[in-house]
Design a protein around this ligand. Structure first.
Ligand code: IVH
Length: 754
């Protein structure tokens, strides 16, 4: 490029020739970037080629080619797909692996619905297709939008691609005005083999490395997520409809009815879908599907069970990420034997030292596996979570012949070792007692299976993992800032803590220039990154809390804390107030552990609880601290372990300062109360006694969906006690505190019609 003559000096012949070359080079770069996911030139070079092309075209407009790269909007790198927010979230499914777990699932549903043993409860059972889910929106019978699942809340707009799939109708008749059909895009075994064969032949012809897909699922995903729909069209994708999202009117009264309706509208539904009346029926159908698995011609990884009655589905509703009314009965794990070549220790976000097995590559259920988890040092040594002997006490040693086990998309594990093949020189594995990354002591706390690096923020591995978590999809979700980029920025000292992400532009902001000069960054991708970062300066409180990566504080806890405290200052203030009580709680825990260790069996309980109350009384906790602590651990979903971990993080001066530096960059949004117009929104409610019209779990879920907080115990903060027959001490306490108390019928009347 540097050597190219100035555009002003080009003759028309030279210009035409160069435009042809540029079109070819840019098209190759595009397909390397988008189609093969393997860019061959940097963004900077790409940008330069495009600018050169535009400059020549500007001088010789008549020479502009029909396939001019400047006309190829949408195919430009880094633009990717548009985002679509799902009107109804796309969730995943809980799992069952054994017949007992299927029984338990059925029992859980029965219990939640308060069914008597004689009440009927039907399910559907159908294959779980191993592809990727897709939501198709039809308005007035016309396909208007197709979106991938993405993170469940927001997916990618792949409408143009979906239109190329033969199984997906473009227009349907007799459908509700708004109909969102959901199902799985997949590739058959035969089509997958043929595609890989064609890819290999093409590569051989052009002397390139073939880009082969590992399995039909990857092939389907890679084919659907093509920026050029013509590539998708050439890929033989198929679609099974099995669910729905937004609807202007119900499809049917039952799951089976809805599936039949979808079939009648022209969608392909799975022919192995059955209605089943008992857990045994489900398991029988599962066995039948399992027996046909090898001859179906497409990959399935289990059988999905769904409650048939749609009104019951509605009542059962959802947990954080999975429906209560469905589960996936997974096929058993697949096994293979191979050599254990090395045991590496990885340091995680919270300092946990995780042993990883490096294996001689082996195919397990169609996927090449070369790494597997070894859990922790006890697992390597042949001991289970409670110190019990596992694998008859056989340990894993480097050089051993080991069995790999893989279940669905779960990380592969090492299950067994063949001692008859152990090399004579193999020695027991010695688990490190210092952090391999920063050299700090790695300690195991009482009762913890995991050894942890004590280096905290000085440990580069912890810092990097924290940052990766911080920018990850469920946290700040910063586009263009993935694990790889975080590692690069951290290694170069540009990002050391989360706050630095928001300083990136300011610090290196002539930065753009500096960033552009770095490997892999061009003008466009640098600008995109800064924009993506700016977009996240406004963030929901729940995400912010989750993003901090505090041990035990997951996504659900982030949401619970956000809903309970409503703002970051309110949360930190409450935790600061509660600190003395948190410390007393820890002391009491320690006393309890010490007591347990020394106490003889007899009278143990009495002494332990004496020790606990002695410590708590001793530490003279101020009443406001006790109150704030009680309020914290009384929050639904927040237990003492989580509360202590959160308290420790906020009380640690370095961590706190880092949080303050971060929040200074942010506008933190208060959580949306799910339904602010309901009379119970924002109220704290306690249920007690026997409820007769619904189960406790259902009552709680319903209250929460109306924006109420449900607490387990009555306190001055309780707004309402719903008391069924048999209510005891809670009703008395509510009366003492003057908390309003109503019965179940009054509760139902209050929320009726909502
Ligand atoms: S129903 C609310 N049915 O499995 C959940 N999902 O692990 C509705 N899947 O994201 C999903 N086959 O991509 C359902 N017959 C089937 C399925 C199926 C495959 C996928 C789907 C989902 C994932 C959950």
């Amino acid at each position: 490029m540097q050597d190219s003559p100035a555009v002003e000096t080009l003759t028309p012949e030279q210009a035409a020739q160069e435009l042809a070359q540029l079109a070819a080079r840019l098209s190759e770069a595009n397909s390397a970037y988008h189609t093969e996911d393997a860019p061959k030139i940097s963004d900077a070079e790409y940008d330069a080629l495009k600018r050169r092309n535009a400059a020549i075209e500007a001088r010789f407009p008549d020479l502009k080619r029909a396939d001019s790269p400047s006309e190829q909007v949408g195919a430009a790198p880094a633009e990717g797909f548009g985002k679509i927010r799902h009107e109804v979230a796309m969730l995943s499914l809980g799992n069952a692996f054994t017949d007992e777990e299927v029984e338990e699932f059925v029992q859980r549903v029965r219990k939640y619905l308060n069914l008597r043993p004689s009440d009927a409860l039907a399910f559907t059972a159908e294959p779980k297709i191993d592809g990727l889910s897709l939501a198709l929106r039809y308005e007035s019978g016309l396909l208007v939008q197709a979106a991938t699942r993405g993170d469940g809340a927001t997916g990618e707009n792949v409408t143009a691609n979906a239109r190329t799939i033969a199984d997906i109708p473009q227009a349907i008749e007799g459908a509700p005005e708004v109909l969102e059909v959901r199902g799985e895009v997949y590739m058959s075994h035969a089509d997958f083999e043929a595609l890989n064969k064609a890819q290999a032949e093409q590569a051989a012809a052009s002397g390139k490395e073939p880009k082969l897909f590992a399995n039909p699922r990857n092939a389907a995903a890679g084919s659907l997520r093509q920026l050029d729909p013509e590539i998708t069209r050439a890929r033989p994708l198929k679609f099974f409809a099995y669910a729905w999202g937004a609807l202007s009117e119900p499809l049917a009264e039952t799951q089976m009815g809805a599936i039949q309706r979808l079939a009648a509208l022209g969608f392909v539904t799975n022919p192995l879908t059955r209605r089943c009346d008992t857990a045994q029926d489900l398991i029988d159908h599962y066995r039948q599907i399992e027996a046909q698995r090898a001859t179906l011609g497409y990959d399935i990884d289990g059988v999905v069970y769904k409650v048939d009655d749609l009104e019951m589905q509605r009542r059962l509703g959802f947990r954080a990420t999975t429906p209560r009314w469905a589960t996936a009965h997974k096929f058993p794990a697949e096994l293979a034997w191979t050599r254990l070549e090395e045991i590496d220790i990885q340091v995680g976000r919270t300092g946990a030292l995780s042993p990883v097995a490096r294996l001689a590559p082996v195919t397990v259920g169609g996927v090449v596996v070369s790494n597997a988890t070894l859990h922790n040092e006890d697992y390597i040594a042949g001991r289970g979570a409670s110190g019990e002997v596992i694998r008859e006490g056989k340990d894993f040693r480097i050089g051993d012949w080991v069995q790999v086990y893989r279940a669905g998309d779960v990380i592969p594990k090492l299950a067994d070792v063949d001692l008859s093949k152990r090399p004579p020189e193999a020695v027991p594995f010695v688990f490190p007692e210092v952090c391999p990354e920063c050299g700090s002591p790695a300690v195991r706390e009482e009762g913890d299976a995991v050894r942890r690096c004590t280096g905290g923020v000085i440990c580069p591995a912890q810092a990097v993992e924290q940052l990766k978590h911080f920018v990850s999809r469920k946290a700040f979700d910063i586009e263009g800032l993935g694990a790889k980029q975080v590692e690069q920025f951290h290694a170069d000292g540009w990002i050391r803590e989360p706050a630095d992400v928001f300083d990136l532009k300011a610090k290196y902001g002539s930065g753009l220039q500096q960033l552009k000069n770095r490997e892999g960054w061009g003008q466009k991708s640098a600008e995109n990154l800064f924009d993506a970062i700016d977009e996240k300066r406004r963030i929901a409180l729940a995400r912010m809390i989750f993003a901090l990566g505090i041990r035990h504080v997951g996504e659900v806890a982030g949401r619970d804390l956000a809903l309970h405290y409503g703002s970051w200052p309110a949360l930190t203030e409450a935790l600061d107030t509660a600190r003395p009580a948190a410390l007393a709680h820890r002391k009491a825990d320690e006393a309890e552990i010490a007591e347990r260790a020394s106490a003889a069996d007899e009278g143990r309980r009495a002494r332990i609880s004496e020790a606990r109350s002695a410590v708590v009384a001793d530490s003279a906790v101020p009443p406001e601290a006790a109150q704030a602590w009680a309020d914290l651990i009384g929050t639904d979903g927040i237990g003492p372990t989580l509360a202590l971990s959160l308290s420790d993080a906020l009380a640690n001066p370095e961590e706190r300062a880092a949080f303050d530096r971060l929040t200074a960059h942010l506008t933190i949004e208060a959580p949306e109360a799910p339904a602010a117009d309901s009379p119970v929104a924002g109220k704290t409610i306690v249920f007690t006694g026997t409820l007769e019209k619904m189960t406790r779990a259902e009552a709680k879920a319903r209250a929460e969906s109306l924006g109420a907080k449900v607490a387990g115990s009555v306190s001055a903060k309780t707004d309402l006690l719903v008391a069924g027959p048999g209510a005891g001490s809670k009703a008395k306490k509510a009366a003492d505190l003057g908390v309003e108390t109503i019965d179940e019928d009054a509760w139902l009347a209050l929320i009726e019609g909502l």
